[in-house]
Design a protein around this ligand. Structure first.
Ligand SMILES: [Zn+2]
Length: 413
């Protein structure tokens, strides 16, 4: 097992620590301040910074006001030295984003996910789309730091495979990581979409808005959870921690595809929301413009979300019930991991983030065991509906900057 990061273009534990310290100070930071913040010696900081300057990864820009003695030169990251591409494979859409080293988006592509594709078709299509995106964003391939792939779990990290995700019928053991590594000659990171989104969120909050510990509740075609505890992703022994969608909210309740009963996801995923709304509409002889076609399920789901926000009585009731179920699971989550921030993101909450936020905030601050000790903040994501893809791009950046997270990368490179 490798220690530190295995990204050859950034490599080295101390370099990662120093890069992260510089990145976290957008206003610039001096060598002396880096030494104080990291515990590294002045000589080590000076040597590593010289190499980083030579490689164009950081720049010297301006000087701090002198408090007597020599004025301190400030260092900043050079965001366009390298780029990362994040690939989010969702049952509905494949999203790719290219970001610079600061995590700013340089280009985005959305493609409809092929139905029942062969593994070969998938990997070739994805590679082709990556090349198209790099061209569109004018990023030379030799400036590519790495690729990140996010998709619904469960995943097998030890083999770098996408293991038959239950929401992606036909995707059986697709060797995407190995293929992309060969194709582009760069490291490829793989993670489940909710954990990737949590890492992307930490990255987006460069000024410190997302440091420490938080849970990212990810709403896509399914429902997932990513845990960032003490600035590190908590991924569990098999890499499948945070399956928030499979917290039981109703014992002996609705059947879930996972084999359990009463899972949160069985009530709040778009499929369930559309089915429940259709039943209620019929019962009450009410109407809403739904297609009820399987291929347009997500569009129907969004119609319901928008109608709920416009006070359609049936849609509003369905979304309020769903929010109440999410709040039950969130209270359990807070009791188990004791985070003081919950972040909501993914395209599933594009229109309903506020009712979800309000229901969760009310529940966790009224019902969690530690409610008298601290307040739990519940906030919308900083990285928006492309959270999975931006998170996937951030896997690469984090692997480079935060050596503790380097295990995200396949050890086979
Ligand atoms: Zn389940």
């Amino acid at each position: 097992m490798r220690s530190g990061t295995n990204l050859p273009r950034v490599g080295g534990f101390n370099r990662s620590v120093i890069l992260d310290a510089i990145r976290r100070s957008p206003e610039g930071v001096s060598r002396v301040e880096i030494a104080a913040a990291t515990g590294l010696s002045a000589q080590t900081v000076s040597n590593i910074v010289r190499k980083l300057l030579d490689e164009d990864l950081v720049t010297e820009s301006g000087r701090a006001a002198s408090t007597g003695g020599k004025p301190r030169i400030l260092l900043r990251t050079n965001p366009t030295a390298y780029f990362s591409v994040g690939i989010h494979i969702d049952p509905d859409t494949i999203t790719l984003v290219a970001t610079d080293l600061d995590g700013h988006v340089r280009g985005t592509v959305h493609r409809r996910t092929p139905r029942n594709p062969s593994a070969n078709q998938v990997v070739r299509q994805v590679a082709q789309t990556v090349r198209g995106l790099l061209g569109k964003a004018e990023i030379p391939v030799d400036r590519l730091l790495g690729l990140g792939v996010a998709c619904p779990g469960p995943l097998d990290f030890s083999r770098g495979l996408v293991l038959t995700p239950p929401n992606l019928p036909g995707w059986h053991e697709v060797p995407l990581v190995a293929y992309l590594q060969d194709e582009f000659g760069v490291p490829v990171a793989l993670d489940n979409d909710a954990t990737a989104a949590a890492i992307g969120e930490r990255w987006a909050g460069a000024g410190g808005a997302r440091t420490g510990s938080f849970a990212f509740l990810y709403f896509g075609t399914g429902v997932g959870g990513g845990l960032l505890l003490g600035d590190q992703a908590w991924r569990g022994n098999s890499g499948n921690a945070g399956e928030f969608g499979h917290v039981v909210v109703a014992p002996n309740g609705a059947d879930c595809f996972c084999g359990n009963k009463g899972c949160l996801e069985a009530y709040v995923r778009p499929h369930a929301i559309v089915a429940e709304t259709a039943t209620l509409l019929e019962k009450r002889s009410a109407s809403l413009d739904l297609t009820l076609e399987p291929t347009k399920e997500f569009a129907d789901y969004e119609t319901i979300c928008r109608a709920a926000m416009a006070d359609h009585p049936v849609a509003r009731q369905v979304i309020q019930r769903a929010a109440a179920k999410v709040a039950i699971a969130a209270t359990t989550l807070v009791n188990v991991v004791d985070v003081d921030r919950i972040v909501l993101g993914g395209k599933g909450v594009r229109y309903v983030v506020e009712p979800y936020r309000a229901a969760i905030a009310e529940a966790v601050n009224a019902r969690s065991i530690a409610r008298h000790a601290r307040k739990v903040e519940v906030e919308p994501s900083l990285i928006g509906e492309d959270a999975g893809a931006r998170g996937a791009a951030a896997l690469v950046l984090h692997g480079a900057y935060s050596p503790q997270l380097a295990t995200l990368f396949s050890p086979s490179t």
